[in-house]
Design a protein around this ligand. Sequence first.
Ligand SMILES: *[C@@H]1O[C@H](CO)[C@@H](O)[C@H](O)[C@H]1NC(C)=O
Ligand SMILES: *[C@@H]1O[C@H](CO)[C@@H](O)[C@H](O)[C@H]1NC(C)=O
Length: 493
Amino acid sequence: MKVSLISTILAAASIAVASDVVSLTKDNFESFIAEHPLILAEFFAPWCGHCKALAPEYEQAATALKEKHKDIALAKIDCTAENELCNNQGIEGFPTLKVFRGLDLVSPYTGQRKADAIVSYMVKQSLPAVSSLDKDTLENFKTADEVVLVGYFSDNASNQTFTKVADRLRDSYLFGATADEKLAAAEGVAAPAVVMYKSFDDSKLVFSGDFTVDGIVNFAKVEAMPLLGEVGPATYTAYIESGNPLAYLFIDKPEDKEKFTEILLPLARKYRGVINIATIDANLYGQHAENVNLKQEWPAFAIQEIATNYKYAYDQAKEITKESLTEFLGLFDSGDLSPTIKSQPAPETQEGPVYVVTANTYDEIVLDEDKDVLIEFYATWCGHCKNLAPKYEELASIFWNDEELKSKVVIAKVDTPNNDVPDDVRGFPTIKLYPAGDKANPIEYQGDRTVKSLADFVRDHGKYGIDGWAVAEKKTAESILEFEEDTAEHDEL
Ligand SMILES: *[C@@H]1O[C@H](CO)[C@@H](O)[C@H](O)[C@H]1NC(C)=O
Ligand SMILES: *[C@@H]1O[C@H](CO)[C@@H](O)[C@H](O)[C@H]1NC(C)=O
């Protein structure tokens, strides 16, 4: 009885140990990635439910791959133990799955979280990103997907460049290549060349820039975008990633779509690669209008500058015509349009201790060169922000209640969804310090949400190095003394 129990425990233990998933830490992460050509890595936290659900599937996939595909490794990183590593990898949620081909070539895993799906996704990733083509296969290949890129070359260098492009974009487009010079000639290009074939718009496009990885990647991303596309959940990311300003026309009626397509197409052609122009279905995504500072009245038009997150809303009191849109886009392109800033009214006086910042007062308060400014970007619906609020007030009152400190340190907050701020804020609350005299280099707070840690952060990164916590402790001590003296006096009476 006892023996069999022990052997059961031992068997269970040996199963747990004999995992085919490799555990990585900061000590072996880089060397492991460098030594293995293709790795799927799971960044997880032991408490996360989705991670627990994935674990047996992941184990099973690792075992299956180990048998037949020795070049593919499955790894996992416990982010509660490897905080720094996960931060460096930009991990924001669990589980995060990434495909590594060396440290420089990383792409998100976009497959299902089942053992067989993981195996087939990774096997596909291990196949060459570029298919070899010849005169019999080229024609069919051109139409094998919505966007196809074909490299025509005979030398090794351009082959390598194109292969690198394909490795980076293999999840987005289909890549093929041929070294047959006759095929290049028939296509009207001279090697080395890259031609994009699309199932929409101008169906064939020849790359004409310098034959570099970045040049071709950029060409692919810009040109693969439809001339006049539609913004929706499936396309939005590609628009944002292209980095170009995005001009939207919100429409709610089919007849408007027809009418405006005719107006927008020539503009889309004119600004190709400079401004992406698209329509968006106001019936489905009308709420998005508020993100670009428009009221929900249709049709409506706005331009969102991705790089700065500025929005340029077309005056909704005016009619949208071919002429007015042409003018609006022209002014935007020449830099003669002012962004539409969404701002709450600024409070007439700061009733303190936390300064209320709005879009209109952001520069004046946050960028005040004479002050160390700690600012919290919050949203009214954010629970963590509510939890932080009393501590943040306590921190602020340390500085607010002392004229000397108040003239040097400002603790502020901004209701971010209701005020356009220049900061790229990805989650709430986000806290940053804008040091006096160095406003171009704000530092983001990463510490725990206690008054002392926040005060230490202001001391360590602010220009004035004021130790608010020490000041507060000293005051507390003094007030206790005063209190004792008071009572002593009273006692005497
Ligand atoms: C081209 O590259 C391959 C591998 O990258 C190499 O084996 C081959 O010798 C190279 N050919 C020339 C002509 O340089
Ligand atoms: C590109 O190089 C690879 C590896 O050297 C080779 O297998 C492939 O045939 C080459 N492609 C062309 C089109 O020459």
